[in-house]
Design a protein around this ligand. Structure first.
Ligand SMILES: Cc1cc2nc3c(=O)[nH]c(=O)nc-3n(C[C@H](O)[C@H](O)[C@H](O)COP(=O)(O)OP(=O)(O)OC[C@H]3O[C@@H](n4cnc5c(N)ncnc54)[C@H](O)[C@@H]3O)c2cc1C
Length: 401
């Protein structure tokens, strides 16, 4: 039997995150955004709420909640600001859940536990200056030397690049396969900020998610112990894609929160603002935009919930997660554009939050698979050009205990 009710735990989580973000972040977000500043003080607060290890089992320092809980938290965080949800996407989604599935016990103890407890912040480095959608085009190489790998390369557009302590990084261990663009020559590594040869920077010219950190990092012959190889040599691409199945899920749920924020701000403004002697909400074309936001919100919510449910039962969900991410992010762009429209000239200033929503939403239509890449993916499934084989799937948190 289908059941759309949240459990008591989910409801409590929703309320807790909503209250915390509304109380601690919402009143300051305008200033943080204007200052182009990530407030690092937010991280320990998120840790104390258990958000940084939300779907990690208690034995690895997490809260042991399920994937629906991760979706709820992502939606509530992005309702206030995208920068908050991005922390969840890279730290919890792309990194922690990937280490949980692919890491060795030693890696889990050394990296996942402090991450889940929020003592260390983690990020994910796949994109490079010359390779985004085309991940096979990355140039980073990892050369095996005895019991270490020597990694050289540059990663670009990395969320939390200048903040994170640990990075899940991808590079080629087989140079012949690199030449042939055969992804079975790619491997994944854990790199610590303190490793010699590692340096990072912040991108200054970004125009959205300004209260978050986006940057780049360089690895100049960084020596990485063999124990930091994640999975086996040659499994890096598979691991990178597995990570995206987790990250995209948080992006989908987050974009859903942004649509809701646009809807709520628009409803409020439409009741306050008058034009032609009546509230603008009584003009049919304004109603149409608000109605569209509601349908986009509800549809996006159902799509991420279905993906979360599939994750909870440990079933492959690349297709469903991709659809949820694609639909919600495109819909969030529409909702943010219409929210600005409903606010008229006031929407075109930072006096109201909708301008920030408009600047923030676009990133998600680009990262973790662009709109076009997701469209291709969905068409390829239908056309039979793409079939997912079973992989290490996402087992429910309680089964991982
Ligand atoms: C705010 C932000 C945060 C990010 N955080 C991270 C992070 O933490 N870690 C990380 O690794 N990366 C991160 N990224 C990078 C992001 O994942 C890439 O930007 C994304 O994958 C797209 O790559 P690209 O920018 O190189 O665009 P390109 O791949 O160069 O694409 C340019 C355009 O061409 C289109 N295109 C490309 N190939 C095709 C095709 N085959 N068919 C049709 N159209 C195509 C694209 O859809 C796009 O419209 C972040 C990006 C942003 C903006």
């Amino acid at each position: 039997m289908l059941n759309f009710d949240l459990t008591e735990d989910h409801r409590l989580l929703e309320q807790t995150v909503r209250e915390w973000a509304g109380r601690e972040v919402a009143p300051r977000i305008h200033d943080l955004d204007r200052a182009h500043q990530l407030d690092r003080g937010i991280l320990p607060q998120m840790a104390s709420l258990g958000l940084l290890g939300i779907s990690v089992p208690a034995k690895y320092g997490g809260t042991g909640m399920d994937y629906v809980a991760l979706g709820i938290a992502s939606e509530e965080l992005e309702y206030v600001d995208t920068s908050l949800r991005v922390i969840m996407s890279v730290h919890a989604g792309l990194n922690c859940l990937t280490l949980l599935a692919w890491g060795t016990e030693d890696q889990k103890q050394r990296y996942l536990v402090p991450q889940a407890q929020g003592q260390k912040i983690a990020s994910y480095g796949l994109t490079e200056p010359a390779a985004g959608s085309d991940a096979r085009g990355i140039q980073t190489v990892a050369v095996r030397k005895g019991d270490r790998y020597v990694i050289t390369g540059e990663k670009m557009w990395i969320s939390m690049a200048d903040v994170a302590d640990h990075f899940l990084v991808f590079g080629w261990t087989d140079l012949e396969k690199k030449r042939q663009r055969d992804v079975s020559g790619m491997s994944a590594f854990i790199i610590e900020r303190g490793f010699k040869g590692f340096s990072s920077g912040t991108l200054k010219e970004k125009w959205g998610i300004l209260a978050g950190n986006t940057g780049c990092f360089k690895m100049d012959e960084v020596e990485v112990p063999r124990e930091n190889l994640v999975g086996n040599e040659g499994e890096g691409f598979k691991i990178a894609m597995f990570a995206l199945d987790q990250g995209r899920y948080t992006v989908a749920a987050g974009a859903t929160g942004l649509i809701r924020a646009c809807r709520d701000a628009s409803v409020k403004y439409a009741r306050e603002r008058k034009a032609f002697g009546v509230e603008i909400g009584s003009h049919q074309l304004v109603k149409e935009m608000i109605a569209q936001m509601e349908s986009d919100y509800q549809a996006s919510r159902l799509l991420w919930e279905r993906a979360g449910w599939l994750k909870n039962i440990g079933r492959r969900n690349t297709r469903e997660t991709g659809l949820a991410k694609w639909f919600a992010t495109v819909a969030s762009e529409r909702a943010a554009g219409d929210a600005v429209q409903i606010h008229g000239a006031n929407g075109y200033s930072d006096e109201y939050p909708v301008g920030r929503f408009y600047r923030n939403c676009k990133g998600a239509v680009i990262y973790e698979g662009t709109r076009e890449i997701h469209k291709l993916m969905q068409a390829d499934y239908l056309l039979g050009y793409r079939v997912d084989r079973p992989t290490r799937c996402e087992l429910p948190a309680w089964e991982r205990q």
